[in-house]
Design a protein around this ligand. Sequence first.
Ligand code: AMP
Length: 283
Amino acid sequence: MNILNTSEDMRSASRLARRSGKCLGFVPTMGALHEGHLSLVRAARARCDLVAVSIFVNPAQFAPNEDFASYPRDFDRDRELLKKEGVDLLFAPSVPEIYPDAAATWVTVETLANRLCGKSRPGHFRGVVTIVAKLFHIVEPDLAVFGQKDAAQVAIIRRMIRDLKFPVELVVCPIVREADGLAMSSRNAYLTPQERRQALTLYRSLLEVQSVFAGGERDPTKLIGAGKKIISAEPQVRLDYYEIVDPETLEFVTQIGGSALVAVAAFVGTTRLIDNILIQGNP
Ligand code: AMP
């Protein structure tokens, strides 16, 4: 596995690797890798001759009061995991490499940036879209793999790829969960054993929404009410949002026709967790 730390080296390695017409798949991450990340690497591997992964904890997507400084980092462990997966190129730039002094260029998907997590984390999606655009320019992948875990991110990156005409195919992989259903997340490492048990409430609430939906309920307000009720039974869990939106536009749905995204964000102690499911109404 070739490890690159500068944009120039990464771009040369990518161009050299692809010279013989090979397809390059790319998985952007913030490290602290788990099976969710590795499922994306395997999806890229299954579709492409070559796989590149980036590890970069992106300061631009954290607000000043958030966990940028304490975000889990273990480069040696991540590198070994990626080596085992047969990753070809690992891009691990420094912050000044990506954001040189006086960097003043930002990429925003305007209509979507303030929805779901963008509402409670102002500027978050501007940071996400900017880093992904930069990484696409540096890595020049044919295909990029993202997780459905971050469903709003998927919608926003899909729009950026379309609007900016990046020649990149977007592949979205399902959420990988722990045996009991908790969505895997690097931030689960923050949870105490008690919080870890409480965190399961998010998924349990989504299952409740799914079951009420399967029973015929189509009113989003009632479905959200069913989900919120499960969350409120766990007083240590503080809800951020519970929404049912169109998975592409992230607009509220008033009546569930086609596919709808049920998304929840909540604080368990000081840890903010997100989860979601897709429900499918009548086409
Ligand atoms: P992160 O390192 O948290 O920025 O995530 C990097 C990529 O991994 C994003 O595309 C995430 O959506 C994806 N990802 C994170 N957790 C999971 C999971 N549990 N299942 C599937 N994909 C995930």
